[in-house]
Write a protein that binds this ligand. Structure first.
Ligand code: NAP
Length: 513
């Protein structure tokens, strides 16, 4: 199933100084801290999900070095960004976008080998990142202030207030493995354009695309000490979470990690994009062919390792049997295997332990009465079949791992509903509230679902997809706090400051009191 050796080979001379290659082909990366690339001699091992082989070692900074760099970012870096005129910040981001296009080949390769993406998914992630950098101008529509007249309270007559927005200073961006490049680019773009310095903490599973991206920032001349790469394990990162110099934590990852971060970091500004796995309601007047095609993509895209992947399908009873058959038919067309092979559309899971988790969930579902309609088998350490499981008994469904937890793999449950009220009850019973999708035409049913579903976004006649955040997304309940989206996240990395001007007795106003 695996094509050939998974060796990471970088061709671009721009990256030459940030790594060396060992005799066995393993690439040893430096890390970027304190404005320098350094080989610390202490490494994180990086494996390829394609065949689980070791492809790289990434230098881990010492905690004292992290402490020193946060100090420099606080004293110098954040002011260097803030003192860079807004137009110049935009120009720098444009240049990063140009460089990303020019040097994309090694980055695409790193997304395929390190994250297990197909070439088309990897190129798509690079394109999305370029577009995000170029859309920084659209973020600026929210970087304006407000004027509050003193007229409306006797105590504030002859005064006026101006509310201005200013950057918090340092944003700690912690990203998950599934969109390693895009998530970093997105968090960097809205934080930097608003005038913040940024600490990048990539996933230890696939940090290579982020390391290469960091080199691009250095190349375009983003001010020194205004960005730092923290190639630390999650556990080591815990040590710095409570640092008072870090004003914002922008985290994307699982609900469990999000909760641990909040416990350790205490009072701060948070953007928390957490676990999800989305439900979809199919109404009895839906175009079933279109719905089934969308649902199959929603289940299988990037092997179901997306927060907005479809995990629960709720068709109304009259269309249940036909929709079920159509989805199974669509799923049977997906080929699982080495993502470097163009014929394969579903690549590996990020680690064998994720495949273990999925197999446990399948076993648990079957023990509780679920019927496997498609898939259910493991095809290799990190390869699994796209899987659809049917449940008729609602109470049993509620007890399953698949209902209670997010399984980050291409697996979904299908169960019929009598009407939209039943769909609302099931969806709102889940601990997550990221998105939902609705397929159908009846505007009254659609409108009712929109009113009652406790989720952050609803996609109508389309599977949930966050894309570049042109439309803002974010969760409710255990799916998070805040919104990621162009022109929306910027509000959470800037703080209001109220300025009150007192003109009493200066003859500016003449109130008739
Ligand atoms: P994860 O295991 O929670 O890890 C996410 C990041 O947190 C990694 O960089 C990880 O570092 C770090 N981390 C782990 N423990 C930490 C700690 N105690 N303190 C600070 N950082 C810590 O998530 P994942 O498996 O990479 O990603 C999948 C999850 O992300 C899913 O739940 C998915 O739904 C969610 N997600 C949500 C959205 C959204 O928009 N809502 C988007 C994408 C993904 P190490 O790798 O070093 O452990």
């Amino acid at each position: 199933m695996v094509l050939d050796e998974t060796l990471l080979v970088l061709h671009d001379s721009l990256f030459r100084d940030i790594y060396r290659v060992r005799d066995d082909g393993v690439v040893v990366f430096k890390t970027y801290i304190d404005g320098e690339w350094i080989d610390t001699g202490d490494y994180i091992e990086v494996h390829s999900p394609i065949d689980n082989s070791l492809i790289a070692l990434v230098s881990k900074p010492k905690l004292e070095a992290v402490e020193s760099t946060i100090d420099k970012m606080y004293r110098m870096g954040r002011w260097k960004v803030r003192d860079t005129p807004g137009d110049k910040r935009i120009e720098l981001l444009e240049k990063v976008a140009d460089l990303l296009r020019e040097h994309k080949d090694d980055i695409v390769e790193s997304l395929v080998l390190n994250a297990g993406k197909t070439y088309s998914q990897a190129r798509g992630e690079v394109e999305a990142s370029i577009e995000r950098l170029r859309k920084a101008k659209m973020d600026l529509r929210k970087l304006i202030g407000e004027y509050v007249p003193g007229d409306w309270s006797y105590t504030t007559l002859e005064t006026e207030g101006i509310l201005r927005k200013e950057p918090y200073g340092i944003v700690l961006a912690i990203t998950p493995f599934n969109y390693p490049l895009f998530d970093t680019v997105n968090k960097f773009t809205y934080s930097f354009v608003a005038g913040n310095a940024v600490l990048f903490k990539p996933s230890s599973l696939d940090p290579i695309p982020v390391i290469l991206f960091t080199r691009l920032l250095e190349e375009v001349g983003i001010p020194k000490y205004s960005y730092t790469l923290l190639t630390l394990s999650g556990r080591d990162t815990t040590e710095i979470l409570g640092d008072r110099r870090i004003g914002v934590i922008s985290f994307t990852g699982s609900t469990e990690t999000g909760l641990e971060i909040i416990r350790n970091a205490g009072i701060k500004q948070y953007i928390m994009e957490l676990g999800g796995g989305d439900p979809v309601v199919v109404l009895d007047d839906a175009d079933l062919e279109q719905a089934a095609g969308n649902i199959a993509v929603g289940i299988t895209s990037y092997a179901g390792q997306r927060c907005d992947a479809i995990k629960l399908v709720l068709p109304e009873e009259p269309v249940y049997e036909e929709l079920k058959k159509l989805i199974v038919d669509k799923l049977s067309k997906y080929r699982v295997g080495d993502p470097r092979c163009p014929a394969n559309s579903v690549g590996p899971l990020i680690t064998p332990s994720v495949a273990d988790t999925m197999m446990e969930a399948v076993k648990d579902a079957v023990e509780k009465g679920g019927v496997i309609l498609y898939g259910g088998k493991r095809l290799g350490p990190t390869y699994v079949e796209p899987t659809l499981i049917e449940f008729r008994d609602r109470e049993k469904l509620y007890e399953t791992i698949l209902f209670k937890k997010e399984i980050f793999a291409p697996i979904a449950v299908i169960t019929p509903v009598k009407n939209v009220d039943e769909a609302i009850e099931i969806i709102n019973k889940r601990r997550y509230g990221l998105d939902a999708a609705i397929f159908g035409k009846d505007i009254n049913k659609i409108r009712k679902l929109i009113r009652y579903l406790e989720v952050g976004a609803i996609y109508i006649n389309e599977y949930p997809r966050h894309g570049i955040g042109y439309y803002p997304f974010g969760g409710r309940k255990d799916s998070g706090i805040g919104r990621e989206g162009i022109g929306y996240s910027i509000e959470q990395v800037t703080a209001w400051k109220t300025i009150v001007y007192n003109y009493r007795g200066r003859g500016v106003w003449r109130y008739l009191v």
